[in-house]
Design a protein around this ligand. Structure first.
Ligand code: SF4
Length: 237
């Protein structure tokens, strides 16, 4: 058993139904879904249905349920919060300003995930250190606020993910075949060419700063202050 499988098994055996794989069905997340299925313990699979996902990702949810026989738990944002945000800034606010983009990610992703995590003691995600500069410090196991976050593939290379995928015939998100190397919401993800980094297709119109949504890394500095104000206004309106 690999170190990644050992870590996943630890999460499953230690926490049972208070443990889950949280995934958007990219290759790394699918490796975890497959590994978890091989443990045979009915591991929970949670995903964020942001309301802006491409049709291919919605179909991946059904494919996973058909292949592995478990129900994918689809976590959705609060309809009132989305309505107030869209009413004030428009549906495509993410194009206008990096703070508004992060606001959209907070309302559609971060806050719903926080709600889902409240019912868990531990969860696993598909982060790899090699995916981006912002991810170089990812650790396999971190404890924050009494909750374990596992990144069993933190040290894996893209080639190792590919190798596992081929070896176990793991379902692959169809957008990879169209030169996508990182897949998120439809309007915020595009295909890349061979000269670009793995996450270059995420929020590609942003010229600087990290290409992160706030799920794994908390925004800092001036942005976080502006963001806090906006989130508070949307949530408490
Ligand atoms: S990825 Fe784009 S559409 Fe999705 S939550 Fe973030 S800003 Fe909004």
């Amino acid at each position: 058993m690999t170190a990644a499988e050992e870590l996943l098994r630890w999460g499953v055996e230690e926490f049972g139904q208070r443990f889950a794989v949280v995934t958007s069905f990219q290759k790394e997340g699918m490796v975890l879904v497959d590994m978890a299925a091989r443990l045979g313990a009915g591991v929970r699979v949670i995903t964020l249905n942001t309301g802006r996902l491409p049709a291919e990702t919605l179909r991946m949810m059904e494919m996973v349920e058909a292949r592995y026989g478990n129900r994918v738990e689809r976590i959705e944002p609060d309809a009132g919060e989305v309505g107030r945000m869209v009413g004030r800034f428009g549906a495509d606010l993410f194009r206008d300003d990096v703070v508004l983009r992060k606001l959209c990610c907070q309302i559609r992703k971060v806050r719903p995930l926080d709600g889902a995590l409240a019912g868990l003691d531990a969860y696993a995600v598909g982060l790899r250190r090699g995916q981006a500069e912002s991810r170089e410090g990812v650790e396999e196991k971190t404890l924050t606020g009494g909750k374990w976050k596992l990144a069993p593939l933190a040290a894996w290379t893209a080639a190792e993910v590919e190798g596992y995928t081929l070896r176990y015939d793991v379902p692959v998100h169809p957008l990879y075949a169209q030169n996508y190397t990182s897949i998120g919401c439809g309007p915020c993800t595009r295909a890349v060419d061979v000269t670009e980094g793995e996450r270059a297709g995420r929020w590609w119109w942003e010229s600087d700063g990290d290409k992160e949504c706030g799920l794994h890394f908390t925004p800092e500095g001036k942005i976080v202050r502006e963001l806090d104000v906006l989130v508070s206004e949307i949530v408490n309106a």
